[in-house]
Ligand binder design. Structure first.
Ligand SMILES: NC(=O)c1ccc[n+]([C@@H]2O[C@H](COP(=O)([O-])OP(=O)(O)OC[C@H]3O[C@@H](n4cnc5c(N)ncnc54)[C@H](OP(=O)(O)O)[C@@H]3O)[C@@H](O)[C@H]2O)c1
Length: 400
């Protein structure tokens, strides 16, 4: 299959590019960046330092459909081209080749074998030459969105919303004008779209979509408003028959640098990993392996469209979530952080308390109805796996 990942240079996009390239699919990433010129051995992607943790201990997942090739086992000849695929020279001028490492060999010995995808520049807002990337594409995944890990001041609010709504709207526009648009379009959305809930699970059928409520903090209303506008842009009428899925994603956990796992883990390792706020708010989360496998299912299942909760089946209260993460790290103690501490720390760290204080109690009803089996349904096992892989990575890094 040919898969285009818009906004695919971030945490989730990089993981997916590795996952699908290894499964033998052709992957193109749309990015605003022009940072890396085309070359045979480009540096690892932004979050690539930990990617081998993802691919190290698991068998490559089977592709949901289509051919399986041994891309990862072929050497890239000089010039960077795989036999039978377009060479960088013949590709559009702004295509870049990226490589990542995978460990191979008996006894876990590592050697660098390239797996590879291309990049194409876009602006995430207006049609341009990047539209060619969708020629013959089977799948579009759009992950573009300015990180919400910032203060919600006016400029950041504008960028948070524009980056999501405009990138989604321009894809709708482009697909409307194509004779053969991708057959399926998975667009990022967020579990934050549901109301703050301590007592009831939010599934796709009966979950309560949050509406602006003057009794709630303005930052909460802002983020739920962004989520609604994002999905409205996705499901706006479109002339194409592309199947659309909104990925209502909970916190995505992978052992990557700069990831949410690193942020929580740092607190734990500093002894600050106690309950946050009153600890009763629910945390919805998903392990990266299940995220990738869930997207495989959503691509394969022609009968699924609309919003889908991409989250593990067992959200848990923050207090318990932090306790199990401490256990995974072997930290007996964790100083709790009451709400006023979280507010002050958020100000200091230029982020928002909403990200940890709002309760997200979201469950993956549609995935489970579709027969999806989670590899990591419980946080305890997921946290243990993430910690183990993080530690392995640290051990593997060469000493200065
Ligand atoms: N990670 C999570 O826990 C989580 C949870 C729920 C939802 N999501 C959503 O899933 C998507 C991917 O998450 P992630 O963790 O991979 O995010 P990420 O690491 O921050 O990457 C987001 C991508 O968005 C692009 N981007 C940033 N600002 C942009 C702008 N102003 N205009 C157009 N594109 C822009 C960037 O691509 P370039 O800089 O290369 O152009 C970047 O690669 C995001 O939309 C996020 O809101 C994530």
């Amino acid at each position: 299959m040919k898969i285009v990942i818009a906004g695919g240079r971030g945490h989730i996009g990089t993981m997916l590019a590795v996952h699908w390239t290894r499964a033998g699919h052709e992957v193109i990433v749309l990015t605003r960046s022009t940072a890396h010129p085309a070359r045979e051995s480009a540096p690892l992607p932004k979050h690539g330092a930990n990617l081998e943790l993802h691919v190290d201990r698991s068998e490559p997942p089977s592709p949901p459909c289509g051919r399986r090739t041994q891309v990862e086992d072929r050497e890239i000849p000089k010039g960077g081209s795989l036999a039978g695929e377009r060479s960088p020279a013949s590709a559009a001028s702004r295509s870049h080749w990226r490589t990542s490492q995978r460990p191979t060999g008996a006894g876990g010995l590592k050697e660098t074998r390239p797996c590879l995808w291309r990049e194409r520049q876009w602006d995430g807002a207006t049609p341009g030459p990047w539209v060619e990337a969708f020629e013959g594409a089977d799948v579009c995944v759009n992950l573009a969105g300015r990180s919400v890990d910032c203060r919600y001041n006016a400029a950041n609010r504008k960028e948070i919303i524009d980056s999501r709504v405009r990138s989604t709207a321009v894809l709708n526009q482009v697909f409307s004008g194509m004779m053969a648009p991708p057959r399926v379009w998975l667009n990022a959305s967020t579990a934050t779209i549901y109301s703050h809930s301590l007592t009831r699970d939010m599934d796709e059928a009966s979950g309560e979509i949050a509406v602006a409520d003057p009794r709630l903090p303005d930052t909460w209303n802002f983020s739920t408003g962004v989520a609604r506008a994002w999905e409205e842009a996705l499901f706006a009428p479109c002339l194409s028959r592309t199947r659309k899925v909104a990925l209502r994603t909970s916190l995505f956990f992978s052992p990557q640098r700069g990831s949410v796992f690193e942020v929580f883990s740092r607190l734990v390792r500093l002894g600050l990993g106690g309950a946050q706020g009153n600890g009763k708010q629910y945390v919805s989360w998903i392990h990266e392996s299940d995220y990738a496998r869930a997207l495989d299912l959503l691509i394969a299942r022609e009968d699924i469209s609309g919003p889908v909760n991409v989250t593990a089946p067992h959200p848990l209260p923050n207090r318990e979530f932090m306790r199990l993460l401490r256990k995974a790290w072997g930290m007996p103690l964790g100083i709790p952080a009451p709400a006023w501490v979280i507010e002050s720390a958020a100000l200091l760290l230029r982020t928002e308390s909403e990200l940890v204080l709002k309760s997200r109690r979201v469950v993956p009803q549609r995935l489970q109805q579709a027969g999806f089996q989670f590899e990591y349904p419980d946080w305890e096992a997921a946290a243990a796996d993430l910690v183990r892989r993080w530690r392995d990575k640290v051990m593997e890094q060469p000493r200065e």
